[in-house]
Ligand binder design. Structure first.
Ligand code: AMP
Ligand code: ZN
Ligand code: FE
Ligand code: FE
Length: 283
């Protein structure tokens, strides 16, 4: 069943714990998995501990997804094989998580200005001690009966340009790429098909990205073909994954193993990593 290289857990805005994710991945027969929580490395040790304690036969790649902004678009940078004990990355992510908390508070205040009364404590509780993201605000809106789905929450209130939207802290793709590389990892542009301004893809390539997430549930077959060609032309790695966030999250993010890549493609990624990092930790 290959490798799913894009998965979220409760450490960010997923609904399953790292342990549940590993168990589910093994149960559906994935050969390997990368946990790529937004702006946090907190789920990685738990996943690795669970794998060794239970002797799970799965190839684990420590990852991260860094949400950055570029012009009017969001640019998400995936990092793979990161040394998650590395100080710089962990310290910067801590700062970002703190900024996320006050941003979420502002979004709740904007909702309250519009007569939508969801307590901030509820949003924090939904985040369960992990990072706070817009999906947690969306879930509080669902629980309060204000919207029926996360999509509706984004479309009406917290999506970019909507009345309760508050931009994130300043974090640029250049810095994210740099941090991933300094932590010994490979930097990949997440779901390029979702970027509205296509020129940004080329700009991010020029910033030193090392791979493109070609395979992604929301990419059309035409987009996969175009991105695959672009990766070949620019000599970039090709990755893929489900962006699984758990059962009940929006339709394109609720199937673990979707858009997984073959072990053959994974070998190319690993070869690149080992070539770059001959004496590094070899995952
Ligand atoms: P944040 O980093 O807090 O701005 O939240 C961004 C996250 O919200 C993304 O990574 C997705 O997991 C989720 N998201 C963004 N847009 C939507 C949408 N239209 N419907 C559901 N979830 C979304
Ligand atoms: Zn997410
Ligand atoms: Fe993303
Ligand atoms: Fe994601």
């Amino acid at each position: 069943m290959g490798y799913d290289l894009h998965v979220h857990t409760t450490a960010s805005d997923g609904l399953n714990t790292p342990q549940e994710i590993i168990a589910a991945a093994a149960a559906i027969g994935l050969e390997g998995i990368a946990i790529t929580d937004h702006d946090t490395l907190d789920g990685l040790a738990a996943a690795e501990d669970y794998i060794s304690a239970n002797r799970v036969r799965i190839d684990f790649i420590p990852g991260v997804e860094l949400n950055t902004d570029y012009g009017e678009d969001e640019v998400h940078i995936l990092g793979y094989f990161i040394d998650y004990l590395h100080g710089d990355l962990a310290a910067r992510l801590l700062e970002i998580r703190q900024a996320r908390l006050s941003r979420a508070e502002k979004m709740v205040a904007r909702l309250q200005d519009q007569g939508i009364d969801i307590p901030f404590a509820q949003v924090k509780k939904l985040a369960a001690g992990g990072l706070v993201g817009r999906p947690h605000v969306a879930r509080a809106l669902i629980q309060g009966g204000w919207v029926k789905s996360e999509e509706e929450a984004f479309d009406r209130y917290i999506g970019r340009g909507q009345p309760a939207y508050v931009p994130r802290y300043k974090f640029k793709p250049e810095e994210a790429i740099d941090l991933v590389k300094k932590a010994g990892g490979i930097a990949v542009l997440a779901h390029p098909g979702l970027i509205k301004d296509k020129a940004i893809i080329l700009e991010v390539i020029a910033m030193g990205i090392e791979g493109l997430e070609v395979f992604y549930p929301e990419h059309s077959p035409e987009q996969v073909a175009e991105l695959s060609l672009l990766a070949d032309t620019c000599r970039l790695l090709k990755t893929g994954g489900s962006d699984y966030h758990g059962p009940g999250s929006s339709a394109s993010r609720n199937r673990l193993g979707l858009s997984a890549i073959s072990s053959e493609m994974m070998r190319l990624i690993r070869d690149y990593y080992q070539h770059k990092n001959p004496v590094g930790q070899n995952y």
